[in-house]
Design a binder for this molecule. Structure first.
Ligand SMILES: [Zn+2]
Length: 69
């Protein structure tokens, strides 16, 4: 099972390679990152919306927002 999830992670990594910059809500409770800055998941953000590298967002434990899956 570990190999399978690793494989899925690898495939996701490849498909996301073109988008290296993502948007996150600079809120302490934010757990998602967004591909587009006008995503509906970001519209509820009352903090600053910041642009970060996708690798950094993932390292911070952020996951792709549910609206963009
Ligand atoms: Zn989003």
């Amino acid at each position: 099972m570990k190999i399978l999830s690793l494989l899925i992670f690898f495939v996701i990594n490849i498909t996301c390679k073109e988008n290296t910059t993502v948007y996150i809500c600079n809120s302490p409770g934010a757990k998602k990152y967004h591909i587009t800055s006008d995503c509906r998941g970001l519209s509820s953000c009352s903090y600053k919306i910041v642009k970060v590298d996708i690798d950094k967002a993932k390292k911070d434990g952020k996951v792709l927002c549910k609206w963009e899956k």
